[in-house]
Design a protein. Sequence first.
Length: 275
Amino acid sequence: MKLFSERYGYIKPSDALITECMPNEVQNAIYNCLNRYQEENCSVFETMDKLVWTNFMNEKECEYDRVLFNRGYVCLNYIDDTNNLWHQKLSLIDFLLEVLRKLESYYHKEYPSFADSINRNFSRLNYGYRIINRYVTPITSKEEVESIEEAIESAKDNIKEHLNSALKLLSNKEKPDYRNSIKESISAVGALCREMTEENDLGKALFSLEKKQEVLHPQLKAAFGNLYSYVNEKQSGIRHELMDETGTYVPTYHEAKFMLVTCSAFINYLNGKYN
């Protein structure tokens, strides 16, 4: 079954929060980062590349020079090779960063890293991984994506609209709008809660749901009430005008993603309990 977002041309959660695959644009970005690193740090890159051949791919050391001459750098070819799986390519990044760490330790010297440029491109392309403490780490899980998809599939059109808007604002590669993505996520919850209680305010709707303890536990009501307060703070500028020209608080991708995932999970919870 196609979800609403697919049927009507909205972006899919798996497109906005990309995990467990490697689109061509991400693969090309990794290639470009490594290629630039090679141009700027040729000597250390060649050392790393040879170790990829012998210690990562476990090939014969005596054949490296011939392969380099005929095909070019091993790790660039490895990233480009469509036969290598997405997680193997991320493992290669892990390996290269570990080689850098060991070289620094051995020579008591700090070498330039390519981690920052990789992270900038992963962020730009909404790829669900980042290099954290020299390891490629998932920042979005399959379960989070599935939670968003479930909320979109099960909700009425007005709630779908809010969730799809939150996704589009979050995933806009040219100009992401995290502040309004958060607003749309919380609006989806508000629309559902008001529908369940016929209250005209989310705070009152949460209080009404708390009174029906079989629907909403008091601690959950308190937790989501705090999130609602965060969104309504004038300092955040999410549901109010900004306090000053530049804004005293700027939401990030991580907060917008957290709110989208959390609001989707809360919608799924309420749908399950209420129904």
